[in-house]
Ligand binder design. Structure first.
Ligand code: MN
Length: 231
């Protein structure tokens, strides 16, 4: 057997303070996981079951990179998020066991073509074109659990050109990390290298070419993304 063309390279994200890399398998994202953000998106923040969408593994962008303003949108948004890296797979994982499946945590930015997402929502269509486009998942260096534990509270902030746009606390997550892992693993088998973007707080807004967007989470450092010209 021979491949008819070379397989795509493995997508990876950095490990903080190391030359090691995390091979990325899939990227799961939680929708509306902070009450104030659910309200700003016109939805009831009651504790209805969480829902998920995905991004391709090769959508990852590292800290410090420039992301070209993507095509087919006039409303390109940032979303500051805590990212969970699964190190040990499993299915039907209990909440009490869930954290033992986590390898580490990172700062993320769930880049979104908001106009396409909202149009899809209105029309009952998939969110992919609003969420799963090229270079839509900024993932900072991953901090191992052995060094940072399991952050359940602490500031999560996002600034654009030095102005604070999102300012919340991880304790405000509607669905906690153990709950999200447990619920996900009852629908699909989690595998090492799966990432979970846990949702964004209130204050989402637009980016334009030339903007510099910085996301910071207490204990996990900060990541910087510059928006380049339109593709
Ligand atoms: Mn998000």
């Amino acid at each position: 057997m021979a491949y008819v063309f070379p397989p795509a390279p493995v997508s990876t994200v950095a490990v903080a303070g190391s030359d090691d890399r995390i091979p990325v398998r899939r990227i799961f994202c939680v929708g509306r996981n902070y009450a104030a953000h659910a309200r700003e998106m016109g939805r009831d923040p009651d504790r209805e079951p969480p829902f998920f969408f995905t991004k391709p593994a090769d959508a990852v962008v590292m800290d410090g990179e420039t992301v070209a303003y993507p095509p087919e949108t006039e409303n390109f948004h940032y979303e500051a998020e805590l990212v969970v890296v699964i190190g040990e797979g499993g299915r039907n994982i209990s909440e009490s066991e869930a954290l033992s499946h986590v390898w580490g945590y990172a700062v993320g930015n769930d880049l979104t073509r908001r106009d396409l997402q909202l149009l899809a929502r209105e029309q009952g269509r998939p969110w992919d074109w609003g969420k799963a486009f090229d270079r839509s998942a900024v993932i900072g260096p991953v901090h191992p659990v052995a060094e940072v534990g399991h952050p359940a509270k602490g500031s999560i902030r996002l600034g654009v050109n030095g102005t604070v746009r999102q300012d919340a606390d991880l304790a405000e997550l509607i669905w906690s990390v153990p709950e999200v892992i447990s619920i996900l693993s009852h629908s699909i088998a989690l595998r090492p290298g799966d990432l979970v973007m846990t949702g964004t707080p209130a204050g989402v807004g637009a980016l334009v070419p030339g903007d510099v967007c910085v996301v910071e989470i207490d204990g996990l450092g900060q990541i910087t993304t510059t928006i380049g010209p339109r593709e």
